[in-house]
Design a protein around this ligand. Structure first.
Ligand code: HEC
Length: 114
């Protein structure tokens, strides 16, 4: 039966096309996904926006954290469990796609004009 493999190839091609949308769109998606992840996991202690206050007085605002560490270093740290050094902070484990989103969001905090 011929049609089958061909259908599969078409599906694969479509999947590749969907998986590679225009870069800026992907970037925007990652930034908002990253913000959601931080809101869900970190916002009860850290300030995550441009002008909010950290709820935990010792937790630095992320907009300050990103001036201390390049987002890529943070990505690595998140992957390995950055949290262990901080007694008050639970340890988080993120998937690579989540880490990408988080660093995209953190990077956006650090971009000029925002
Ligand atoms: C229960 C409160 C709490 C939560 C939730 C929390 N943190 Fe923290 N975090 C802290 C505190 C307190 C510190 C500062 C501790 C210190 O300096 O030893 C800190 C420090 C950090 C630092 C290091 C800053 C530096 O300059 O060394 C990073 C990065 C960080 N947190 C990221 C995160 C991320 C990402 C999340 C969510 C995934 C998160 N934190 C969730 C309390 C928290």
């Amino acid at each position: 039966m011929l049609p089958r493999p061909r259908t599969l190839a078409l599906i694969a091609a479509a999947a590749i096309a969907v998986g590679a949308p225009c870069l800026s769109l992907a970037q925007t998606d990652a930034v908002s996904k990253g913000r959601l992840l931080l809101e869900a996991n970190c916002a009860r202690c850290h300030a995550i926006g441009m002008d909010d206050e950290s709820k935990h007085k010792e937790a630095p605002a992320f907009r300050v954290v990103v001036t201390r560490y390049p987002p890529d270093n943070l990505a690595e740290a998140l992957a390995e469990g950055i949290m262990s050094g901080h007694p008050d902070m639970p340890e988080f484990v993120f998937e690579p796609a989540e880490i990408e989103a988080i660093t995209a969001y953190l990077g956006s905090l650090n971009s000029p004009g925002k």
